[in-house]
Design a protein around this ligand. Structure first.
Ligand code: ATP
Length: 297
């Protein structure tokens, strides 16, 4: 099965750089969460993966080929974008039949997918009467018509109730379990934390973290340091730390450095340390920290 390689991907709209020199990999057999606050550039990136938006520079390959060079793209990559529009008077069955015909996929695939996505009973109802959850499932069904090895899902959890969210998680795990590369965007870590193997975090179009979710959590050190030399210590630690917050005249919160390294750097500069305590932040805190949305700093 194929993965997705994003290399140096950049998109400018006038003076706005929506996507800025982004490089990351989406591997087969895993769910990769694509995270960032609203407006960070997730949708633009995913649209560039499937040729809806032309990059300013850089590019994307899927299984080593550019989207436009794929002979039958819907058999390689399926995409579902947030707020996908369906003709409100078409039934789900008709909608899927039209897309199956366009992609050259067999009609029986439509029936299979209606069943798989729990839409069989509502298959002949006009999509205009569908709930948000049903629309999300129809988007997924459309993306899956060609049985692609790569799935790009833009905020598929939007508007789902808790039952729908649980269903979606199990479904994404199943798709990855079959060896597919599954990229799922979200603006909220909590939505994907339970299902993601890997994460790619962007902020203002730039990559701020990528890797296994477990490793990222392990790297999320926050150390509280108490020192009468706090100001000077902050300057010494700054080049090595991911971030430092002043918590008071003698207290620092140091992000991304181990306690031992902090103590060694302080000793090397003959600065006094009166206390060192490692905090284990929640992943949510780390995410807010990475995306610059933390408000308690
Ligand atoms: N066609 C366009 N013309 C001009 N600016 C655009 C265009 N498309 C996107 N942008 C801008 O690019 C930036 C990234 O938008 P994008 O939709 O990719 O972000 P996002 O992370 O998907 O956010 P959201 O979760 O809100 O959809 C935003 O500032 C947006 O306003």
């Amino acid at each position: 099965m194929s993965g997705v390689e994003v290399r140096g991907l950049t998109k400018r709209y006038g003076t706005l750089t929506a996507v800025d020199d982004l490089s990351f990999t989406v591997r087969p057999g895993a769910v990769t969460a694509f995270l960032g606050p609203n407006g960070a550039g997730k949708t633009t990136t995913m649209r560039m993966m499937v040729g809806h938006v032309a990059p300013t520079s850089g590019g994307v390959t899927i299984g080593g080929r550019r989207y436009r060079d794929l002979p039958r793209p819907t058999t390689v990559v399926g995409a579902a974008f947030d707020g996908a529009a369906f003709h409100p008077r078409h039934s789900a069955r008709n909608h899927l039949r039209i897309y199956a015909a366009m992609g050259g996929h067999p009609g029986r695939r439509v029936e299979e997918l209606l069943g798989l996505l729990g839409l069989a009973a509502a298959g002949d109802r006009a999509t205009g009467t569908y709930s948000t959850g049903m629309r999300q499932r129809l988007s997924l069904a459309t993306a899956l018509l060609g049985d692609p090895g790569v799935l790009l899902l833009d905020e598929p959890g939007n508007g789902l109730d808790p039952e729908g969210t649980a269903w979606l998680r199990a479904f994404l795990r199943e798709l990855a379990g079959e060896g597919r590369a599954v990229l799922v965007s979200s603006h909220a870590l909590g939505e994907v934390q339970q299902v993601a193997d890997d994460v790619v975090v962007i902020r203002r179009g730039r990559l701020v973290a990528a890797g296994a979710l477990g490793e990222l959590a392990g790297a999320a050190h926050v150390v509280r340091v108490s020192s009468p030399d706090a100001d000077r210590l902050a300057r010494v630690l700054a080049p090595a730390a991911r971030a430092i917050d002043l918590d008071g005249p003698h207290d620092l919160r140091v992000h991304g450095l181990e306690p031992a390294r902090i103590a060694d750097l302080a000793a090397a500069h003959e600065l006094r340390v009166h206390g060192l305590a490692a905090d284990r932040p929640s992943l949510e805190e780390l995410f807010l920290d990475l995306t610059g949305e933390r408000t308690d700093a």
